[in-house]
Design a protein around this ligand. Structure first.
Ligand SMILES: Nc1ncnc2c1ncn2[C@@H]1O[C@H](COP(=O)(O)OP(=O)(O)OP(=O)(O)O)[C@@H](O)[C@H]1O
Ligand SMILES: [Mg+2]
Length: 213
């Protein structure tokens, strides 16, 4: 269970976002919808422990990650969270295989890489450099890198934004079908895809931007 309470993110320029309290249950999938700039990525980054909320708490299984040290949060994220970033954050000069293999340095077992790449339709790209791949191919590499650890929490920031509807819905179905009692929180702009989720959260209603602090 992931619970946020009283979350406020205030940026250096004085603007801020205030969130309604949210709860994400284990075993459930959540689609986040909302206008560009309403605060979806910021929310995922606070849950992932990449951004520290200015106020409020993010409790994961009753532990408040917002008060942990950055080291503890990084450690938790590495082992418990699969994060598919909006901008992928892949290493372009490295091959698909090496982008995933590198997780071994963090103690991740990458033994089932081929089966996962095959399921995502990118096994044949394994030895290609990421910078030479198309947007949709890169997106699926980012998904593979997040799923290889079988994480109990998957945060997916528009994971199918570069894929056509057919491939996108198949990939989204894989994310949802692989929950295994975990939690999936996925940003999507596609109403046809949000219908596949257990819950749909309209962030336009949940996050309120404030121009000045
Ligand atoms: N470091 C920052 N400093 C100032 N403002 C920021 C910062 N990071 C984000 N913002 C602002 O906070 C708001 C929310 O950003 P966020 O990236 O969470 O939006 P989003 O809902 O993910 O949008 P999109 O759908 O375009 O990805 C935006 O108005 C953005 O400009
Ligand atoms: Mg975003």
């Amino acid at each position: 269970m992931i619970e946020t309470k009283g979350l406020i993110m205030r940026f250096a320029d004085g603007s801020s976002i205030r969130y309604q309290d949210l709860a994400f249950e284990a075993g459930h999938s959540y689609a986040l919808l909302g206008a560009s700039g309403c605060g979806k990525t910021t929310l995922l980054n606070m849950i992932a422990g990449i951004l520290t909320p200015t106020e409020g708490s993010v409790c994961i299984d009753d532990k408040d990650v917002a008060v942990w040290s950055q080291r503890q949060r990084d450690d938790f994220r590495i082992h418990q969270i699969g994060y598919i970033f909006q901008d992928f954050k892949l290493l372009g000069d490295m091959t698909v295989r090496d982008n995933i293999d590198i997780l071994r340095l963090e103690g991740v077992d990458v033994g089932n890489m081929d089966a996962l790449l095959d399921r995502l339709g990118i096994l044949r790209l394994k030895k290609r450099r990421v910078r030479n791949l198309s947007g949709g191919e890169r997106q699926r590499v980012a998904i593979a890198r997040a799923l290889i650890k079988n994480p109990p929490i998957v945060l997916a920031d528009e994971p199918t934004g570069n894929l056509n509807f057919e491939v996108g819905s198949a990939v989204m179905r894989q994310l949802i079908d692989n929950l295994n009692g975990g939690t999936l929180i996925a940003v999507t702009h596609d109403d046809r895809l949000s219908g596949m989720f257990d819950h749909v959260l309209d962030m336009n209603q949940v996050a309120r931007g404030e121009a000045t602090a």
